[in-house]
Design a protein around this ligand. Structure first.
Ligand code: NAD
Ligand code: MN
Length: 488
């Protein structure tokens, strides 16, 4: 049943190598905590090699720099074919190393194939403009790849995060050094093998497994890295911005999670709202940056809504991610499980009403029962901090005006949602909520064609769509003297 592990080394310059130190670290299966592989542990010395390879691959006159943009797109489309062929293996490997329900990893991997093809199609649509500048000049812009990009990945959706960052960087013509999360290195390594098979030249994609404090820090401080794209915690996001400022003013894209409000108005379709509210916070055991972790319910339907929410949480079937009957899998590791259980304790202590769940499920692996708190107040810890676990916090409100203020009273600003059948409510909420992504009468709808990212401390920059590619490009303005008047 366990998928075969084919790659555990570092991938530098299209070769599989041990780390210079020879060190390895264990990677685990969150279902039972068992060790599934020993993976090469890279640190500064390995990052230096990988950055050197990426720098060489980005040099003027390199194969990659001379390649037609259309050809980059073709290589990425070939890569999409390979991901499609290997989708079920990749989904299994993802679930094995991450604990994601196999149904979810399968769906995300097949969506990812479409995502790769979309981004591949943008490779030869990176266009500048011609500008009617002052004087006898011809003025135009070029959009050029920013250079060597350091891509630091989180553990929560490893395949998707790898593809969002790597494929976009490649479509833009950059070269990359990827640092997967230490918890989940395996799918990144396998995807690197497919990129090589698809024809990506040596040095364009390098993977250095390792820890944040060593390999990650080396990457964010490297003077030859032009840009860092990072998804993960706010705490590390701030360190990355400081590293970028302290040294060569790297460009940064940061996606740092949130405390996203979901608002249910009295006039909402109740059954639909209850279903989406559960999906919004329990999908992937709450380990998603856009988790609907503050659920504001209007007073007229509050009691009825809470009853429905409890029913849904109670019936979610907890079990092995590989079992097709399972609806709720494990948290990523023991540390995160304890952190989430700590938040649940805090919720109880501070007076929120625990209605269902609240405990570890079973004694093996890192499972937590789907948990619902009602009567949550804005100043409680569980209403303020990102929990990253299966904890639904329900708060009561009276008016739209009030709930917009309360929704915005957070340092975060990633996502927001509203369920209402009144178009004015919907548009006024969307206009005024401080969030990079807003859903009306759905939650998590749409796809990778649209920009994604946060206001405030949820991040800097956007991924997805054409905006996502722009984050990997510099704009160059060229002004050429040329008389307007033709005189000979
Ligand atoms: P983290 O931010 O520490 O780790 C994310 C990535 O950053 C990993 O690859 C890690 O090795 C690397 N990293 C860590 N420290 C670094 C440093 N100083 N310099 C460079 N890279 C570094 O996240 P975590 O500790 O695994 O999780 C903590 C919390 O972060 C979670 O509880 C959750 O709230 C949040 N989180 C958010 C997302 C998201 O999607 N936005 C994803 C994962 C975790
Ligand atoms: Mn951390």
């Amino acid at each position: 049943m366990a998928p075969e592990i084919r790659y555990t080394k570092l991938f530098i310059n299209n070769e599989w190598v041990d780390s210079i130190s020879g060190k390895t670290f264990d990677t685990y299966n969150p279902h039972d905590g068992s060790v599934i592989a020993k993976v090469s542990e890279g640190d500064k010395a390995d990052i230096d090699l990988a950055v050197a390879a990426a720098k060489k691959a980005f040099a003027r006159n390199s194969e990659w720099r001379l390649m037609d943009a259309r050809q980059r797109g073709k290589i990425l489309n070939r890569f999409a074919d390979l991901v499609q062929e290997e989708a079920s293996y990749l989904a299994e490997l993802e679930s094995y190393n991450n604990g994601m329900l196999l149904q979810l990893s399968s769906r995300l991997t097949s969506n990812a194939v479409d995502g790769i093809r979309y981004t591949a199609s943008l490779a030869d649509k990176i266009e500048g403009s011609t500008i009617p500048a002052d004087g006898d000049v011809f003025c135009y812009t070029l959009k050029q790849p920013v250079g060597v990009c350091g891509l630091i990945l989180p553990w929560n959706v490893p395949i998707l995060m790898f593809l969002n960052k790597v494929v976009t960087a490649l479509a833009a013509g950059c070269t990359t050094v990827v640092k997967p999360a230490e918890q989940t290195p395996l799918t990144a390594l396998y995807l690197a093998s497919l990129l090589q098979k698809a024809g990506v030249p040596a040095g364009v994609v390098n993977i250095v497994n390792g820890y944040g404090e060593t390999a990650g820090v080396a990457l964010t401080h490297h003077p030859d890295v032009a840009k860092i794209s990072f998804t993960g915690s706010l705490e590390v996001g701030k360190l990355i911005q400081q590293a970028a400022g302290a040294n060569n003013l790297k460009r940064i894209t940061l996606e740092l999670g949130g405390k996203s409000p979901l608002v249910i108005m009295n006039d909402a379709d109740l059954a639909t709202a209850i279903r989406f509210a559960a999906l919004g916070v329990f999908t992937h055991q709450g380990q998603i940056c856009i988790a609907a972790s503050r659920l504001f319910v209007q007073s007229g339907i509050y009691d009825q809504f809470v009853k429905g929410a409890v029913e849904v949480a109670k019936t979610l079937k907890i079990g092995n991610p590989f079992d097709s009957q399972s609806q709720h899998g494990p948290q990523i590791d023991e540390g995160m499980m304890k952190k989430v259980l700590g938040y649940i304790e805090k919720g109880k202590q501070e007076g929120a009403k625990l209605l269902v769940g609240g405990k570890q499920a079973g004694s093996k692996g890192y499972y937590i029962e789907p948990t619902v708190f009602a009567d949550v107040q804005d100043d409680m810890t569980i209403a303020k901090e990102e929990i990253f676990g299966p904890v639904q916090s329900i708060l009561k409100f009276e008016t739209l005006d009030e709930v917009i203020d309360r929704a915005n009273a957070t340092n975060y600003g990633l996502a927001a949602g509203i369920f209402t059948t009144n178009v004015n409510n919907a548009i006024q909420f969307a206009n005024n909520v401080e969030a990079g992504v807003v859903w009306v009468n759905n939650y998590m709808g749409g796809g990778g064609q649209a920009p994604f990212g946060g206001f405030k401390e949820s991040g800097i920059g956007r991924e997805g769509g054409k905006h996502g590619v722009d984050e990997y490009l510099e704009v160059k303005t060229v002004t050429i003297s040329v008389p307007k008047k033709v005189s000979n």
